[in-house]
Design a protein around this ligand. Sequence first.
Ligand SMILES: *Cc1c(COP(=O)(O)O)cnc(C)c1O
Length: 470
Amino acid sequence: MKYLSTRGQSPAQNFQQVLLTGLAPDGGLYVPDKLPQFSVKQIRDLKGLSYPDLAMVIITPFIDGEIEEKELGRIIKSSYANFNHPKVAPLSQLGENEWILELYHGPTLAFKDFALQVLGRLLEYILAKQNKRVVVLGATSGDTGSAALEGCRHSDHVDIFILHPHQRVSDVQRKQMTTVSDDNVFNLAVEGSFDDCQRIVKAAFADQSFLPEDRQLVAVNSINWARIMMQIVYYFSAALELGGPDKNVSFSVPTGNFGDIYAGYLAKRMGLPVDRLVVATNTNDILHRFISKNEYSTTDLSHTCSPSMDILISSNFERYLFDLFKRDGAALADFMSRFSREALSVSESQWRELKSFFDSASVDDELTCKTIAQVYSDHGVLLDPHTAVGVRAARECLGKKMGNERAAVITLATADPAKFGEAIAKAGLKTPALPSHIQDLFEREERYTVIPNSLDVVTDFIQRNARVSG
Ligand SMILES: *Cc1c(COP(=O)(O)O)cnc(C)c1O
């Protein structure tokens, strides 16, 4: 399998090359040149597999023999062995035909662990084999950071630098990052927004001349293909558990950078019977405006009680647009270059195609809190604010269909409510306790550096702190 850049100007790469990088040199994102296809019968035969075994079946075609099967099996197994639930990704029911998929049983309590536990181990395996050191650089709206640190902290071949927006992540999110004490870990609090952090990271990837000669940057954001790949798996596991492929399911996905829902789109394109995909956003609603009104334009960022989705520019949306532009990299590059300057729209037929896959809704903080309170009183289930946005959006878009046997609606529960005590309190409920393995989080010592919103300051910091080889 080969991976192409969405901007069409960089040579195709194989899986290992794509794993060890971020953006393509032309500024695009890598996507597989073709998707593996699963027939209804093949999907039916996946029933009953354990989560790691299912993951092996789904990702093997993407890795295409570049990592020895036995080694891959060991990496996958150990990645999910430290999840706090025997099913890894359990479903729980709210109402009739209404479910949540609990993706927060990993070590850092958000869905990011599904991919980053694996990514950290894949990197360590390949780098050890090549006897190479890299610099991992990432931007986080809160959850990627801790999951990436957890995945990479034990690596002898990685120095990891994580940028988060200063004072714009929850207390638990910050502490989960800044209390990691390993020497190869650096946290930078940028005086700016997540989009500022993401912009700095992309610029650093585009010009890596500040690094020592034998080093390169590796991405842990969802611009890294391996993250998307690992997230396809739980769409299959959830659908299989609710009667798929012989029954259709729909998914509602709390969306920020569009990585998680893009994995759902790929699952559907690979043959999984998925009815609708709901893009659930908070008041940072650019994707909702595009899907509902064919208007693709930025506005000002608002800071909400679901901070992991406080994002204006969703990087992974470009991967979907590549398909919408019939894989014409030049046309997409032109579209993206006009984006920062003007409000854009796509042709009628493109918009129709977009709407054939996606529904969307935008949910404000007040409704988010109301949903948390209501679901708790109706079903005794405590939702984190991101998941509440997803549940509310699902009800808004698909409420009428929920009575219909054919379409069970599954909202991805992207984080443990214990990570967002502030929002839970706002909803009038008692702040949930942290799970036992991080119960002393607030007593641990924090270590991070506050820096201005500046590319030069970041590259300078990395240059001074990346450890010398050997
Ligand atoms: C990262 C994150 C999201 C958004 O996921 P994307 O893949 O960026 O769309 C939603 N909820 C939580 C809790 C997250 O950590």
